[in-house]
Design a binder for this molecule. Sequence first.
Ligand code: BLA
Length: 507
Amino acid sequence: VPAFGQADLSNCEREQIHLAGSIQPHGALLLVDEQDLRIVQASANAARFLGEADPLLGRALGDLDGALERRVRALGADPLDAVPVALQCRVGRRAVACDVLLHRPSTGGLVLEFEPAGEPLDFAEQVERALQKLLSTYNLQSLCDEAARIFRDISGYDRVMIYRFDEDGHGEVFSEQRRQDLEAFLGNRYPASDIPQIARRLYERNRVRVLVDIGYTPVPIEPRVSPATGLELDMSLCVLRSSSPIHVQYLRNMGVAATMVGSIMVGGRLWGLVSCHHYVPRIASFAVRAVCELLAEALGTRIAALESFFQGQAEISVRRLEQRMIEAITRKGDWQAALFEASDTLLQPVGATGAALLFEGQVQSAGEVPGTAELREIGQWLDRQARAPFFATNALAARLPAMGRLARVASGLLAAPVSTAPGEYLLWFRPERKHTVTWGGDPNKAVIVGNDPADLSPRRSFAQWHQVVEGTAAPWSARDLAAARIIGETVTDVVLQFRSVRMLIAQ
Ligand code: BLA
């Protein structure tokens, strides 16, 4: 496992970023013993930052600031493990106002992080207006556009992106607000490997990260290993934590000088990020970060609400579809026409771009689908598979190489048998992801995808994404599968009724 700062592009997925052992220099960090509040570890700049002439190790916190010590003691067994607690203090002879964040790391002791106090800002009105706007938005795109505007207003960063993950962890710039003269990143796609799993898990806990100046020299924590525990400090929840050098290089190659990134959590999962870039160094004070954290939380909650609303809508429209088909049968009408006449109801709940019905030797379709001969071939191939009630893939060509030439329209396939007879299926299709996005420039133009962090860039990432998603469609979500399953079962019922009605008539 590569230690912090030792990773290259071949193993950066496993870099121990929470054991950074160093901080950014705009603040200072102390680790104190939880019992006697004596200093066990300190960032190398701490004495100077706190205006202390003598070395800090071994001294009591109260020796630096009696009031701070009393307040730390008063916190007692507050739930410091999950969220840092914010305090204020004044340090040094000039009594410089500081924000102090206090938390209990998994490796023991108490961490105190000192930062210059931000300007006293009153966000109450702005926050109220922002929440009202977020709550009165009824579709995902306008919600995220509004959120990007709000974050840019409040944070003042040059660029704010709402970065959304798909089921495979690949990312898309879903929404963007930027300074007019900056190149647009809206719509760009990046592979999951740009943000390692370890980092994603960290971001579920630490909801706002700030990099104040990409050009910084990290300040080491001394001693690196705690003499009390023999462990390196777990910096998961430290706001001053040094960032992975690989990520810093990535940002440097983009010309970015400072970032603030917030986590968007939906249903307990990291749905995406609010990623703010600035082109000169920039500090986001504790107050600004706190407001952004709150708004990111509100955004996640609103996204969850919209998603469950759409889920409800999808269920309703599937029920209507069912009704239409049953009515068609009872009126001796054409249930297949009923299924295809409002093709949106057939496609939208499943998130498909095409659908086809293979039934009694006939083929009907809607949207983008392969040709009739190929559809029949797929049906025959499905017959030869173990006859599960349901089949799903997002890389059809990997399962059925003959379909490679159809990747563009049919990389994703969902199949529900509609009867026990061979070759009778309802099919849904999705296109290859590669072809679902455009990019300013030729994505196939050679881009070095070697092992050198100096080559990291959005262009390289996009080329990588292209390679990774070759021959695959966006994966079917649990929701897509559920909707398809319901429609498939409905059609199976309808087929049964249709055939028994026909038999009755024939007798
Ligand atoms: C972290 N990489 C990140 C983060 C983003 C990106 C948003 C999270 C930063 C944070 O939350 O503070 C990626 N940033 C992007 C992308 C854009 C952007 C795609 O602005 C596009 C506009 N990074 C790589 C590669 C590796 C890598 C190939 O590109 C290694 C496999 C590693 N990325 C990497 C690491 C982190 C990271 C280790 C964690 C940084 C940290 O928190 O210390």
